[in-house]
Design a protein around this ligand. Sequence first.
Ligand SMILES: Cc1ncc(COP(=O)(O)O)c(C=O)c1O
Length: 418
Amino acid sequence: MTDTATARSADAADTRETERDLLSKFDETIKTRETLLSSGVTDPFNLVMERVLSPTRAICNGRDTILLGTYNYMGMTFDPDVLDAGKQALSDFGSGTTGSRVLNGTYQGHKECEDALREFYAMDHAMVFSTGYQANLGIISTLAGKGDYIVLDIDSHASIYDGCKMGDAEIVPFRHNDIEAMEKRLKRIPEGAGKLVVLEGVYSMLGDVAPLKEMVAIAKRHGAMVLVDEAHSMGFIGENGRGVAEDQGVIDDVDFIIGTFSKSVGTVGGFCVSNHPKFDIMRLVCRPYVFTASLPPSVVATAATSIRKLMHGANKRAHLWENSKRLHAGLKELGFELGTETPQSAIVAVIMPDLERGATMWEALLQQGLYVNLARPPATPANMTLLRCSLCAEHSSEEVETILQRFERAGKTVGIIG
Ligand SMILES: Cc1ncc(COP(=O)(O)O)c(C=O)c1O
């Protein structure tokens, strides 16, 4: 380097601002995580399933483990017809589409998957996205833009909030499942403004169901369109498994239903179904649909097969209800505090006194061969730490009894029950 060059670079160094570490905003989260791990518990957010044996069993840390936290409600992940359909599509159509749905990414299988959804919901239109997250992101942001209003339950899923933010509409949250609060918010919206009410059928943190019958009626009375996310109810709740809107008799008044393939359907993907006559324009104007690659052929083939089988899933639905009721009653009898007074869905949330004891309990269950989801603030309502249990139609009644025994032993060891 010449002397002049050296002088120039020294000058540049003098005037350079100190670099601001953009990751420093996560210091609090890093500290909480380090404190938790320094207490000696296994990292609850880093579990590896070494082998998956069935919808309800996997090998974790070398141990045969009952899965009670997978949202695999209808146990379709190992259904022989579903697996065959996936294998066939993989060999007939290849491993991926390498393209957007609006370019080279729509195969016969995507159409068949949308046909299956239309039939499942008895609705005119269905649009398949690459995930449920993208379905909410895309549909909400495309429907409600600047100047429009979105009235939503405060406990809505992150994908709903992100969709609201992306569209730039005014967000008006109301207290969880509070019918009056929802109506109050709707009344305050300026006349003539575009209004979208966004609700979920089942709220996944506590497993409670929304009063859709009342809420949808109020929304309609105030001239709002209604979108219901039925991610945690599809396949299970309602006579035909169409969700809480079907169960409460208001499905015909709901303008848009959002769902996912990552729960009852047993694969990955998301969708929106609707009877709105202009719905198909969404395929051209919805950015998270247009600007991403479509699902692989094997995935849409498994989804379509699974959805068609779910139409005839009445026996499985009945068994899943039995499982949910037994687990709820059994945990209550043992003295655990639960998220709902009565079983309302396939999710049973067990409330822990704090994060430390929650993580210790989670680990004690895992060591006995039982996997549940640990949920902690800020993702949880009212900053609760929860052990979220999601039941599967493939859990046998004996497995549910084993689950209760493991909860009893772990709860007593950790000192959560007497
Ligand atoms: C209510 C709700 N909506 C949407 C999603 C997103 O679904 P996906 O896993 O398909 O992205 C989830 C997933 O947890 C959810 O709970």
